[in-house]
Design a protein around this ligand. Structure first.
Ligand code: AMP
Length: 111
C-alpha cells in the first residue's frame, strides 16, 4: 500500500533517515513529541501490528528500535517504544511503525 512511509522508503519523499538495514528504515518524526522521536518502519508493508503475522520480521523491527535508541544516546536515561494500532490507538499512517521516544521523562498512563 502506497502510504507516505512507502514514499520515504523509496526516496520519493525526503525524510531525515538516520538508520537503515535490509529490513527497516528509521527516520525522524516530522512532528516530534520528545527531544528524540524516531520512527522505525519495516520496508515490507504491513498495515499495523494487528495484522502482522509470524511471517513478518518483527524481531528485526524491535531490535532496530533498540539500536536507534542506542545511536540517539538515550539507552541509559531510558526511552519508550510505542506502536499505535487503529483509531483508538491513535494510528494515522497505515504502515506498521515503532515510535522511539526519549530525551525527557515519559508520563504514565499515556493520555
Ligand atoms: P501514528 O499516529 O502512530 O500513525 O504515527 C504517525 C507518525 O508519522 C506521526 O507521529 C507523524 O508526525 C509522522 N509523520 C507523518 N508524515 C511524516 C513524514 N513525512 N515524515 C516524518 N514523519 C511523519
Amino acid at each position: 500500500m502506497d502510504t507516505i512511509f512507502a514514499k520515504i522508503i523509496s526516496r520519493e519523499v525526503p525524510a531525515d533517515i538516520m538508520y537503515e538495514t535490509d529490513q527497516v528504515v528509521a527516520f525522524r518524526d516530522i512532528n516530534p513529541q520528545a527531544p528524540v522521536h524516531v520512527l522505525v518502519v519495516p520496508k515490507k508493508w504491513v498495515k499495523g501490528i494487528e495484522s502482522a503475522t509470524s511471517e513478518d520480521d518483527l524481531q528485526s523491527l524491535l531490535l532496530a528500535a533498540a539500536e536507534v535508541a542506542r545511536i540517539e544516546g538515550v539507552e541509559r536515561s531510558g526511552y519508550r517504544l510505542v506502536i499505535n494500532s487503529g483509531q483508538h490507538g491513535g494510528q494515522t499512517v497505515d504502515h506498521l511503525h515503532v515510535h522511539v521516544l526519549g530525551g525527557r521523562p515519559m508520563a504514565w498512563p499515556p493520555g
